[in-house]
Every structure is written in structure tokens, then in C-alpha cells.
Design a protein around this ligand. Structure first.
Ligand SMILES: [Zn+2]
Length: 280
């Protein structure tokens, strides 16, 4: 395990930059490995309330997000693994501006992000993005390129398959495991944009969060609140431009996070989500 721990350290320090140029697209894990890994890591999260306190406030908040937004996105025919993956949503009660996905469809969103957003379209864009990370299997793809094909093959084919889960659990420390590359981010934004076309939501909502961060001066901030987000989701400014290009190519209006009207759903967001969260 010493080698693995040393690797984690490098992983955490190098973060997303290390992976920019080595998206191989090779994935030695099977979809059922993704499900098992996600299940194990989800259990770790639930057993670690200090680091990941599950939201215990008004249960209607999670129910609303799940039924009205999450399941609505999952109804898109473009989400191909919904029969295989355990798609589920959880809220973590921390003042952190972030959301993340584990392999196999386990999606988490922080109350800090829910408090920061102000429309269903913005939240739907984020959830679509996280669903795309699970669908495209970015985490196990990254683990494949990180550990190398030969090491993983010996684990996959070897006598100790539980070691795969152990690697995943170790990588998960400090969320280093979730540091996404630029190309993974771009692909997930693009997929989210496509999923949104099948929903009631404005497809450009995926960028609303970044526009507000930009206007609030948070993109280059070193505050704890955004540090994890920026280390796991690089280049928010480029992502705004990429989404605007997608909107233009699709002949859709380029709206921003201040926009109201069709497909945005601000008052619904306020009354069913934001106003039901404890005030900070
Ligand atoms: Zn991402």
C-alpha cells in the first residue's frame, strides 16, 4: 500500500493539471465495477458524517430536487446507463460550492451550492453535468490511466478484486479522485447541454453557476469555499464561452444567469429549494 499512498500524494498535488494531456479514453473497468466502486464509496461517505454531513433538514428539499429535476433529466433517452447504474441524489450539508459524481451514478450536491444558485435551470445544468461524468465513466477512465493498464490488469484478473475498491477508497481521500481534466469537464458540459434539450430546462443553464462566480470575483479566489470546486472543475471561464458557442450553433438564445422566462424557473427554485434551506 505504500506505493499507492505515495501515488495519492502525487495525485493530490498534481491534481487536474497532470491529467490534461493524458485522457486516453481507455477504461479497464466494467460498468458493474463502476457500480460496485460507487456503492463502496457511497458507504464511506455515509460513514463519515464529519467530512460529509448528509442534509437532515426539510425532507421536501431533496424530494423536490429528485422528483422534479433529477428524475426529469434521467428520463432523457440520451442517458444510456440508467438501467445499469444506481442513479441517486444526496445533499451534503456544508457551505461548499460544489457537486460531484461517483462511478455508477451516485450524485452529491452541497447545500452551499444550492444556496448559491437561484434557478432550477442552473441546478439542472449542474446535475446533468454530474450525470455525464458517471455516464462517460470519467473516474474509472482516469484511474486506468493513472495506475496504468498493467497494474490494473493484474488486479482485475488477479485473486484479490477487493483491492480495486481499496484503490478507489484511497484515491477518494481529499477528493483527489474527483479532480476532473479539462476535456472531461468539456465533455460533461456538452452532454449536459444535450440532456437539457430533452427537458423543460434552458440548455445553457450549465454555465449560470460560472457566470455568477465570475461576477462575484470567485473564479480566481483562494477561499476555502471554492477551493475544492476549482481544483475539481478547471477553467470556468472557458466553459462559459464553450456553452455560448453551443447555444449559438444550436440557434438558441444566449441567456445568462440573470435572465428570467422560459426554461429558467427562478420562483420555483426559491420557494421549493432555497427558502427551505436553513439560513446561514
Ligand atoms: Zn465536472
Amino acid at each position: 500500500m505504500k506505493l499507492i499512498r505515495k501515488s495519492i500524494l502525487i495525485f493530490l498535488i498534481a491534481g487536474p493539471f497532470f491529467f490534461n494531456s493524458c485522457d486516453s479514453g481507455i477504461n479497464l473497468f466494467s460498468k458493474s465495477d463502476d457500480v460496485q466502486l460507487g456503492k463502496d464509496l457511497d458507504a464511506e461517505i455515509r460513514n463519515n458524517p464529519k467530512e460529509y454531513p448528509i442534509f437532515k433538514g426539510d425532507p421536501s428539499v431533496k424530494r423536490y430536487i429528485n422528483e422534479r429535476i433529477f428524475q426529469h433529466i434521467l428520463a432523457s433517452s440520451k442517458i444510456e446507463s440508467k438501467g445499469t447504474y444506481n442513479y441517486q441524489l444526496e445533499i451534503i450539508d456544508q457551505d461548499v460550492l460544489n457537486a460531484f459524481a461517483l462511478p455508477g451514478g451516485y450524485i452529491y450536491v452541497y447545500t452551499g451550492l444550492l444556496n448559491y444558485l437561484d434557478s432550477e435551470a442552473a441546478l439542472a445544468g449542474v446535475l446533468g453535468h454530474e450525470i455525464a461524468h458517471a455516464e462517460e465513466r470519467h473516474a474509472t477512465e482516469r484511474m486506468t490511466s493513472y495506475y496504468g493498464v498493467s497494474i490494473l490488469l493484474s488486479l482485475v484478473l488477479g485473486e484479490n478484486p477487493s483491492q480495486i475498491a481499496e484503490i478507489g477508497a484511497n484515491l477518494f481521500v481529499g477528493l483527489g479522485f474527483l479532480a476532473n481534466s479539462r476535456s472531461d469537464e468539456n465533455q460533461s458540459d456538452e452532454r449536459s447541454f444535450e440532456y437539457m434539450k430533452d427537458t423543460r430546462y434552458y440548455p445553457g443553464g450549465v454555465k449560470f453557476f460560472f457566470e455568477r462566480m465570475r461576477d462575484d470575483g470567485l473564479v480566481s479566489s483562494k477561499s476555502d469555499k471554492v477551493a475544492t470546486f476549482l481544483s475539481t472543475h478547471p477553467d470556468p471561464i472557458d466553459r462559459i464561452a464553450n456553452t455560448n458557442n453551443r447555444l449559438q450553433s444550436a440557434g438558441l438564445p444566449v441567456k445568462d444567469y440573470k435572465s428570467e422566462g422560459e426554461g429558467i424557473y427562478k420562483s420555483e427554485y426559491l420557494s421549493n429549494i432555497k427558502n427551505k434551506l436553513p439560513k446561514k
